[in-house]
Design a protein around this ligand. Structure first.
Ligand SMILES: [Zn+2]
Length: 72
């Protein structure tokens, strides 16, 4: 009887830790992906200025801070 009680308690504790670590893992996965998308800075090939990837100008495989740099 005691062994059964301890076993069920153990299962409860183990499943609690599994759920907790799984939740942590999922949170980490999503947050790091969001951060990566939000904070990606790209260096301009011409003037070496760091620009946010949402405003970066891409031309023939290179990245530029502005259309002025891409036309040089
Ligand atoms: Zn530039």
């Amino acid at each position: 009887m005691i062994i059964k009680l301890i076993l069920s308690l153990l299962v409860l504790i183990i499943s609690y830790f599994i759920i907790k670590s799984a939740k942590n893992y999922i949170d980490k996965m999503f947050s790091s992906e969001n951060e990566k998308k939000l904070n990606e800075m790209v260096r301009c090939s011409v003037c070496n200025t760091f620009v946010h990837e949402s405003i970066v100008v891409k031309k023939s495989g290179k990245e530029y801070c502005s259309t002025e740099c891409s036309n040089l």
